[in-house]
Design a protein around this ligand. Structure first.
Ligand SMILES: Nc1ncnc2c1ncn2[C@@H]1O[C@H](COP(=O)(O)OP(=O)(O)O)[C@@H](O)[C@H]1O
Ligand SMILES: [Mg+2]
Length: 601
């Protein structure tokens, strides 16, 4: 209803009313046309020689004219209604899209992109069908059945009318029954369609992996299995539709035959004229048309509802992380971040952060280091409030992040994530994403700070080069620098770097590190790092292991402590030294004759 009678859109409401007017006019024209033809037959009467040809021609012309009018009104009706229909489709599609974007990270990690897009697509189509059918079919069908039955009663007698009504009832009953049985096939069809699309999209997104393992055939088979289910359900649906249609045709033929027999008997007994017999046939045929529609309508509406089910379920999906009612925006004064005994697990069975406490004073830099899987990225997700914590509190400038709006929170934090994924658009678009509407000069300045400007200048199309699906045309390091550039462009008071330079080689890392140091100047920064050499200047270093902070302090203090940090530091030093050594060896042919060289002696 809200889509059929949109609030605050008088223009659309006028269209709805107008299309109903046209609908009634179309029905009127149809009814009149039958009478003209019947009258023409009556003009011939029992002695055709005495009939006036002019009158007959006039009646036939009137018949033809009213048919034209009927068509014109029907088309006008559709034309006027189109805007209402597409307005509704757009509303629903946009609403669903926006809602999906408000859903939490957990939902998005578990969702299946291919299936999701299919659900939205089918749902909006369902709305479209239901709207036009509900207005233009249910209402006129009832209207027409009443009019035609009344006409049969008026021109013939109650029995003819009752026969027609009985046929309508039998037809409707049969249609509802069979359609109910067929819905299961439709559900099955949708499910397998979603499934096939999910598999297809997932497999195409991972095409590199598919190639690495030569698994094209495996992927195709999996897709084929889903498609087979889909085609089986579609066949069942189609076959049952044929059964439905045949049954409906049989019921209608029977009804038509009975009406004509009754009318013939009345012609014979002289109760009605011959023309009425012809008109009776036309009336019954007209009665069929809405009935035929009734079958389609009922089918389409039930299918539309089934198609919309999944979409409305999606719309009903609650947001996991929600703003409190009347939550104020975050008020940043310095940008002090405080974690107070934070306990968190993605699943209740497994605690990932076991009571983490630390403070990043305004404008300072705190580094988090530790083995993979320790929970470092989890800390950044919590600060961004992708998830709500189970214990403790996270505050920024003394405000609990659960008490302020997510939008204001995310506006003040710039994040360079561990794995950067880019939009399949130009380099410029991807950098400008940090601040939509940024000027070209600002974009270039950000690129320069992130040290990606020289690379971009080398590209044939410069800033207008496309980066490919998810940015795959760029190397890991280039992608990462684009991510840094767009965060620079966002210019946030709080900076969160999650292994931002780990995809870069040591040389590039050193260069970017200086850029990052400059960027983080005066900003509160939380730096998650893999290579310890990048965090030696941090105001505090936290060593995280299995969800707990096991050591903390400045670089020199931690080295002096001789614990985990010191041993990690020594290991990385040794590795770096070994790499340096290897380089020297490769460059000096005399030192190591056993080392394979690219140039033949
Ligand atoms: N969405 C998730 N659902 C369940 N477990 C997760 C999820 N994300 C990460 N984990 C688990 O949480 C632990 C910490 O992950 P993470 O913070 O990413 O580690 P890292 O220190 O390497 O950044 C890991 O054991 C990981 O398997
Ligand atoms: Mg991580």
């Amino acid at each position: 209803m809200p889509y059929l009678w949109p609030r605050g859109r008088t223009d659309l409401k006028i269209r709805v009313v107008l299309s109903i007017v046209f609908l009634i006019l179309a029905i009127g024209a149809t009814t009149v046309s039958q009478q003209f033809l019947g009258a023409a037959v009556d003009e011939f009467g029992t002695t055709p020689e005495r009939a006036s040809l002019m009158v007959v021609i006039a009646l036939v012309a009137a018949y033809a004219m009213s048919r034209v009018l009927m068509q014109s009104f029907a088309q006008l009706r559709d034309g006027v209604f189109a805007k209402v229909q597409y307005h509704a489709m757009r509303e629903v599609a946009v609403e669903t899209f926006a809602h999906v974007h408000t859903l939490s990270l957990r939902f998005h990690l578990e969702r299946k992109t291919g299936g999701l897009s299919r659900i939205i697509e089918r749902g909006t189509r369902g709305i479209d069908n239901i709207l036009s059918f509900a207005l233009f079919s249910i209402f006129p069908i009832v209207f027409q059945v009443l009019i035609y039955s009344a006409m049969l009663y008026y021109f013939f007698n109650i029995w003819v009318a009752l026969t027609a009504i009985a046929m309508v009832a039998a037809y409707a009953w049969f249609t509802f029954l069979v359609t109910k049985w067929r819905i299961a096939f439709r559900r099955d069809m949708n499910q397998s369609d979603t499934d096939a699309n999910t598999k297809a999209v997932d497999s195409l997104l991972n095409f590199e992996t598919v190639k690495y393992f030569n698994n094209e055939n495996h992927e195709t088979r999996r897709y084929d299995v889903s498609m087979e289910r889909y085609s089986r359900a579609s066949i069942q649906s189609q076959v049952s539709l044929s059964m439905l249609n045949s049954g409906q045709a049989a019921i209608m033929a029977l009804g038509q035959g009975l009406v004509l027999v009754l009318a013939a008997m009345m012609v014979k007994s002289g109760e009605v004229k011959l023309g009425q017999f012809v008109a009776a046939n036309l009336i019954v045929i007209q009665l069929y048309q809405p009935l035929n529609l009734l079958g389609t309508v009922y089918r389409e509406i039930t299918q539309g509802l089934v198609d919309m089910e999944a979409m409305f379920r999606l719309l009903g999906q609650p947001q996991e992380v929600q703003d409190k009612p009347d939550a104020p925006p975050l008020n940043v004064t310095g940008g002090e971040i405080k974690f107070d005994n934070v306990v968190f697990g993605y699943d209740p069975e497994r605690v990932v952060l076991k009571g983490i406490s630390f403070t990043v004073p305004a404008g300072k830099t705190v580094a988090i280091v530790g083995p993979s899987g320790a929970g470092k990225s989890t800390i950044s997700r919590i600060l961004y409030r992708f998830y709500d914590i189970q214990g403790g509190a996270v505050t920024i400038d003394g405000q609990d992040i659960r008490d302020i709006t997510q939008h204001s929170l995310r506006a003040v934090i710039g994040i360079v994530p561990q794995d950067t994924v880019l939009f399949n658009d130009t380099v410029k678009y991807n950098i400008a994403y940090g601040r939509i509407g940024a000027s070209d000069a600002d974009i270039q300045e950000a690129a320069r700070l992130a040290q990606i400007d020289k690379f971009i200048d080398l590209l044939p199309q410069g800033y207008d080069s496309m980066v490919g699906e998810r940015g795959l045309k760029l190397s890991g390091g280039e992608k990462q620098r684009v991510a840094i550039a767009r965060t620079i462009l966002k210019n946030p008071p709080i900076l969160l770097l999650d292994e931002a330079t780990s995809a870069l080689d040591t040389g590039t890392e050193r260069e970017i590190q200086s850029a990052l140091n400059k960027v983080s100047e005066g900003r509160t920064s939380l730096v998650i790092a893999h290579r310890l050499s990048t965090v030696v200047d941090a105001d505090e270093i936290l060593v995280l292991d299995r969800g707990q902070i096991i050591e903390r302090g400045r670089h020199s203090e931690l080295l002096a402590l001789g614990g985990h940090y010191a041993s990690m530091w020594n290991k990385q030093r040794e590795a770096a030294a070994a790499r340096e050594k290897l380089k020297e060896v490769e460059n000096d042919p005399d030192v190591a004759p056993g080392v394979a060289r690219a140039t033949p002696a």
